[in-house]
Structures are given as structure tokens and as C-alpha cells.
Design a protein around this ligand. Structure first.
Ligand code: HSE
Length: 438
């Protein structure tokens, strides 16, 4: 039996620092649980000078990733450099050298998962990617192993901590999107370039992975209809509250026979829904399954130490599998890559839902009849309407809630409404999620 597991880390940023801290802090416990010490022997990062607040033995931190990849004594590579270029190359190289890989890189796996998972399988090595979805929440292991015997109809939830933090702050303390985002950035709770988070791209990456794990079907990242939270205003938050809803940024995947509906967008969720109380940087993932029925998994979905727990958990599992000669025990997605069939996505325009529409309307006789006429002609049925005084001189804010409508029909109505001379600017459209049980 090997006397220690030797690990190399590429990328010494926030999560990498958390991994170093956790491996140091819980060294004895990790050794006892695995059976041998798990030694972090090398760390590669282009910045070898910055003080990360952790002490390293001399020679551990290097500026060249080759010193990790080309070292035959390193068993497992942790890839935390991010991106889809070099990270992909390094990962494939590590597999070919029979090294296992642990990563948090959902962008890489969402775009190149086919190639990466197939290569891991072919090389009989392991890839751990628990940290790529839900931070510290063990949702990947849950889907891949614990619930492997069940069939899932839906997987949905809040999978981006930054957007959840911003929407929670906007709801609880007020402030517009830009101000709250700037404060979150100043507090280190949002990235300097927040676009992947606030435009929904990060959540769509995660949903692409969850779909494969839950349904054993694959859809392309581009098949996920993706919308972010930049357009959300205090008006929408106030109307949502008045109707008994809260605004959340959701990732939703539903299986309809062989087809999959996959979407990421802000939505109004009933205040008393299980997801309604998930605030701050928390993530929550709900599964609807045939045997287990509804289950929810909650925890911190971002941040140094929560995400580090997922990386270290993968490291320990792979270390054990190496020691017991059973690498490749479970296929990375829970299904052999060859058995994953491509599912036909349901286009966003073909999906159905109930909607909230907010618009600024000239306070003139007949203005409303033009709007309701456009909705009627498109086949969209109105469930209720609220008009709020004269916000700006001569105009009023009008909000409609629709009955269940086809998205294509709704778009047709909105296009016609936004062309009306009595409507100012563009209407805001948000989904209302009343039927997601959780
Ligand atoms: N940026 C992500 C989030 C964390 O805000 O949830 C990493 O997935």
C-alpha cells in the first residue's frame, strides 16, 4: 500500500487557499479517515509573491504548472486555475499521465464535459468536480451515488450565490441593482467582473451538469435559455411582495418524456415556498423524484471554505479509491459516457408559464385598452392588473399577471405593447413560478 497520497495544486486563488487551510487544519483527521496522509507537495500559480495568509514549506509554491504535471510522483492534480483553454489542456494531460483530477471548473465541464469525462473514463482515472455545483453542498455525489436508483422528473433551485446575495439585499434593505452590486464587490462577495454571475452564465453552466447527472441525458450549454438579474428593480421587488412572492434567480430543468426544458432566469417564487426563504450566499437545489419525491439540499454555494470542503471531499474519495485499487469505481456522471443520449431541448419560446409584466403607460383615456387588446390578440389571458398612481408626470406604472401562456404568444404581445405610442420604454417580463413544488 502507498505510504502517502501526493497532491499538486494548480491555481492558488481564493478556493486554492481554502484547500490549503483545510488540508493543514484537519490533517490528522484526513489521514485517519483515508488511511494514509494526503500531502500537498506542490502548488503552481503565476503569482508566487502574494501573501495568502498560509505558511508553506520552502519550494512548495512554484510559478510553473509543468512542475505539477510533469512530476511522476504526484498522484492527484487539483485544477483551480479556471478558464476553458489551458485548464482543458492540463486536465487531459494529467489523465494521460494517469493522474486523477479534482476541479471546480463548471465552465470547462459544461462546454467540454463530453471530451473530459470520456478521456477520464478511457484513462481509468478519476475526476472529482463536487465543487463545481453548489459550493459545499454535496449535490453531485448525491445524484451520482445516493439517489442513483431513483428517477428524477425535475431539478431546480438557486445555484448562484452572488445573484442570490444581491437579490436578497435588494429585497431586505432596498437599493438598486448597480448600488448593491458595487457594495457586494467592495465586500469581496461579487467578482470584479460579475457578468458570468449576474447574467446567469454561471448558473447555466451548473444546470448543464445537473441535467446530465439527474436525467442521464445531455443537452448543450447553448440549449439552456439564460437570463440574468440586471433588469430587476425595486418596483418589481415591491410588486412581488404585494402579491406574496419573492424574486429569486432560478435554474430549472424539467423532463417531459424524452425532452428537457432547461432555463435560467429571475422569477417570482411564492414567499412560503421552500426556496422563498433561501437568502444571502446560500444555494438550494430541489429534486423531484419518483421514489424519494421532493427533497432539497441547502448550504453555502460560494466562498473560500465552503467550496474547499467539496474539493477536499473529492480528494479523500479519490485517495481511498487509489489505495484500494478501485479508481473508476463510479463513472463521473453516474452513467458511462457512452450511454448518455442527447435529449431534445424544449426551446424557451415553446415553454409555458404564468408571467408578470410591468410597463410605464401614459395616463390617457384608452391607453389600457390598447394593451389588453394586444394581449388578447396574441392569445394571452390576463389574470389580474394593478395600476399605481402617477410615478412620473403623466404616466402610471401598470402591472399585469397572466394566466398560463405560451412564451411565444407572450413575446408577440410584448412586442406589440412596446410599440404602442402610449407605452414608455420597454416592458419588464418575469416568470411567476407557482407550480414548482418543493
Ligand atoms: N460565483 C459563484 C456564485 C460561485 O456566486 O455562486 C462559484 O460557483
Amino acid at each position: 500500500m502507498q505510504r502517502a497520497i501526493r497532491v499538486g495544486l494548480i491555481g492558488f486563488g481564493t478556493i486554492g487557499t481554502g484547500v490549503v487551510k483545510l488540508l493543514k487544519r484537519n490533517r490528522e483527521q484526513i489521514r485517519d479517515r483515508v488511511g494514509v496522509p494526503v500531502d500537498l507537495v506542490r502548488i503552481a500559480d503565476i503569482d508566487t509573491k502574494r501573501d495568502r495568509g498560509v505558511r508553506l514549506a520552502k519550494g512548495v509554491l512554484v510559478g510553473d504548472a509543468r512542475k505539477v504535471l510533469d512530476d511522476p510522483s504526484i498522484d492527484i492534480v487539483i485544477e483551480l486555475m479556471g478558464g476553458t483553454g489551458l485548464a482543458r489542456r492540463f486536465m487531459l494531460e494529467a489523465f494521460k499521465a494517469k493522474k486523477d483530477v479534482v476541479t471546480a471548473n463548471k465552465a470547462l465541464l459544461a462546454h467540454h464535459g463530453d471530451e473530459i469525462f470520456a478521456q477520464a473514463e478511457k484513462s481509468l482515472v478519476e475526476i472529482g468536480y463536487e465543487a463545481s455545483v453548489g459550493g459545499g453542498i454535496p449535490i453531485i455525489r448525491t445524484l451520482r451515488e445516493a439517489l442513483g436508483g431513483d428517477r428524477h422528473q425535475a431539478v431546480f433551485g438557486i445555484v448562484n450565490g452572488t445573484t442570490n446575495y444581491i437579490l436578497s439585499r435588494m429585497s431586505q434593505e432596498g437599493g438598486d441593482f448597480q448600488t448593491v452590486l458595487a457594495e457586494a464587490q467592495a465586500d469581496g462577495l461579487a467578482e470584479a467582473d460579475p457578468s458570468f454571475d449576474v447574467d446567469g452564465v454561471d448558473a447555466a453552466h451548473k444546470l448543464t451538469l445537473l441535467i446530465q447527472l439527474a436525467f442521464g441525458r445531455k443537452i448543450g450549454f447553448d440549449d439552456v435559455s439564460t437570463e440574468g438579474i440586471r433588469k430587476i428593480t425595486q418596483d418589481d421587488i415591491a410588486f412581488a411582495a404585494e402579491f406574496g412572492f419573492v424574486l429569486k434567480h432560478l435554474a430549472v430543468a424539467v423532463r417531459h418524456g424524452d425532452r428537457i426544458e432547461a432555463r435560467v432566469h429571475p422569477a417570482m417564487v411564492p414567499r412560503d415556498h421552500a426556496l422563498g426563504g433561501i437568502n444571502g450566499a446560500l444555494n438550494a437545489i430541489v429534486l423531484q423524484s419518483e421514489a424519494l419525491e421532493s427533497s432539497m439540499y441547502v448550504g453555502l454555494g460560494a466562498g473560500m471554505m465552503p467550496t474547499a470542503t467539496a474539493v477536499v471531499g473529492d480528494l479523500m474519495e479519490i485517495a481511498r479509491n487509489r489505495l484500494h485499487g478501485c479508481r473508476g469505481r463510479v463513472a463521473p456522471l453516474g452513467f458511462p459516457v457512452a450511454s448518455l443520449v442527447k435529449a431534445k431541448p424544449i426551446a424557451a419560446a415553446d415553454a409555458e408559464g404564468t408571467y408578470y409584466l410591468r410597463m410605464q403607460v401614459a395616463d390617457k383615456p384608452g391607453a389600457l385598452s390598447h394593451i389588453t387588446g394586444a394581449m388578447g390578440r396574441a392569445g394571452v389571458s390576463i389574470a389580474s392588473m394593478v395600476q399605481r398612481g402617477q410615478k412620473r408626470r403623466g404616466s402610471a406604472t401598470v402591472v399585469f399577471r397572466t394566466h398560463r401562456a405560451n412564451h411565444r404568444a407572450l413575446n408577440k404581445a410584448v412586442t406589440a405593447i412596446d410599440k404602442l405610442a402610449t407605452v414608455r420604454g420597454k416592458s419588464v417580463v418575469l416568470r411567476i413560478e407557482e407550480s414548482l413544488s418543493g
